[in-house]
Write a protein that binds this ligand. Structure first.
Ligand code: F6R
Length: 268
């Protein structure tokens, strides 16, 4: 697990956007796993601006979102489909037919889950899976106690997650208690996993994910077993790590190595 500590939230977004841009320039027909929530918004803004400047194009991209509330129609403003259309898809040159979000209103959610898995496999798997993290260590809606080998399925949300997301619903409005989410096993098959976290409220979850035992109590800790995960955090989210300076030192070394490779000072 590579941990990159940046000064603040805008720097986290810029670092993440750089990786997406590199991937798109190398492979325009990439498959991206995408997340909703507050954390990726600045990253999406960076990518929208890059698209407007003509640096990248999403015209050949296919995307799969991590999760969706159950029992919300896609047109509901709080559905993750509506969030993605509003915050990202409608502002880039992606073909919306190539953007998949689990169907929260499926007549048969169980069939819909296995169809979602099949669609990811048929697309050739996910090149970059973007993740946020819940204060309780969840990724997607894989709440604590989730099976670390789980696949896309219906999950019950914890009280903490329902409370955290209550801010998006009007008082008295129906708020879903169930979701469809990619499983941890599904996420673990992505070629690269990029997890972003900002702010003090995520510090404990980041510590548990990076340093804690691999445990269903912190679903994100499964990423310790993923061969290519980059965790990009701001100083606040990194503030409970035991040795943040070591991660900063590693990043400096990595950047120096990259610069040497780019200037071709290495003997070939
Ligand atoms: C969103 C998702 C969730 C969020 C997490 C953090 O699609 O799967 O796991 O990434 O709840 O949410 P924010 O970014 O709002 O703190």
């Amino acid at each position: 697990m590579k941990v990159v500590i940046q000064d603040d939230s805008p720097a986290v977004a810029r670092y993440g956007a750089y990786i997406f841009r590199e991937q798109l320039q190398k492979q325009p027909a990439s498959v991206f796993g995408l997340a909703t929530g507050s954390t990726p918004l600045s990253l999406y803004r960076e990518l929208i601006n890059s698209t407007r400047r003509g640096e990248i194009s999403f015209s050949q991209v296919r995307s799969f979102n991590l999760d969706e509330y159950m029992d919300l129609a896609p047109q509901h403003p709080q559905s993750y489909r509506a969030f993605m259309d509003r915050e990202f898809f409608n502002q880039i040159d992606i073909d919306t037919a190539n953007t998949m979000v689990p169907p929260g209103d499926a007549a048969n959610p169980l069939t819909a889950c296995s169809e979602y898995e099949n669609a990811i496999a048929a697309a050739g798997g996910i090149d970059i899976q973007l993740l946020g993290i819940g204060r309780n260590g969840h990724i997607g809606f894989n709440e604590p106690t989730s099976c670390l080998a789980s696949r896309t399925r219906v999950k019950t949300l914890t009280r903490q997650t329902i409370d955290d997301n209550a801010r998006f619903f009007d008082a008295g409005e129906f708020q879903p208690q169930l979701s469809i989410t990619m499983g941890i096993g599904t996420i673990m098959e992505a070629k690269l996993v990029m997890l972003l976290a900002t702010g003090k409220s995520k510090a404990k979850a980041i510590k548990d994910m990076v340093e804690g035992p691999v445990s269903a109590w912190c679903p994100a800790s499964a990423l310790q077993m993923h061969p290519s995960t980059v965790v990009i955090v701001d100083e606040e989210a990194a503030s409970e790590l035991s040795d943040p300076d070591f991660f900063k030192h590693i990043e400096q070394q990595n950047q120096a190595l990259l610069a040497r490779l780019k200037s071709r000072r290495y003997p070939s």
